[in-house]
Design a protein around this ligand. Sequence first.
Ligand code: FAD
Length: 243
Amino acid sequence: MWRVGTVVALRDETQTAKTITLRVVDWPNHVAGQHVDVRLTATDGYSAVRSYSIASAPNAEGRVELTVEQLPEGEVSPYLTQELAIGDHIELRGPIGGWFIWRPRQTEPIQLIAGGSGIVPLMAMIRSRASTGSTVPFRLLYSVREPGAVYYRNELQAISSRDDWLTTTHAYTRAAPKDWLRPPGRVDTSLIANVTWPSSQTPTCYVCGPTAFVESIAAMLVSCGNHPDKIKTERFGPTGGLK
Ligand SMILES: Cc1cc2nc3c(=O)[nH]c(=O)nc-3n(C[C@H](O)[C@H](O)[C@H](O)COP(=O)(O)OP(=O)(O)OC[C@H]3O[C@@H](n4cnc5c(N)ncnc54)[C@H](O)[C@@H]3O)c2cc1C
């Protein structure tokens, strides 16, 4: 079933990513980690559908927040990041997904690992953890190209410095801040071994990002002793096409 979302707020997240807040009539609410399908239809009837993770924590007010990274040459993301305006309507289907989710009743430690825009559903989990009575500790390992590419920077900093349940480690692949101890480079097994929960704590691990990132991180988690059943993945490979 397609619902209509009205754009009520737009915020630049980085130079290439925009956070879009929608008010959705009859929104059935969601669980952190789920996504929606977004459908755009041109006046001649041509339509394109893409999936976007929900960034906002579950809420009863029918507000749904998405964060979209503009891909060069992309069909849908340039429209959502550059042309969408407050008051515009877009169609949404969902929420979708029952595996890559975090529920406040879970009691085990949580390991989140994001590559680029893969932070979006993990942020919903962090926000959900922050807004419920859960006492579970979270660790986040967040890989980005350079410091300016970090999403939700102030909020993540605020939660990590105020609350001891969230520990955040950034990894930079192209350019790191001055005085950063680790030189720029991809996440490797030694970083995983040093900053993620030891497998003896049996964390549930959520890994999200581009397909190649997700596959290599999942393999590293297994090599560090994590059981494959405890590793949940979401791949942001293109799902586009005509529908
Ligand atoms: C479950 C799920 C959740 C997602 N959540 C998010 C999210 O929260 N935020 C987010 O930003 N994205 C998310 N994505 C990705 C999103 O669905 C889109 O894939 C993304 O926005 C690109 O769409 P697009 O229409 O702009 O690009 P597309 O037109 O689909 O193109 C994708 C890329 O392929 C290249 N390309 C296109 N056509 C060709 C061609 N013929 N030859 C060579 N290269 C080509 C383009 O240059 C572009 O870089 C998610 C994906 C999934 C599956």
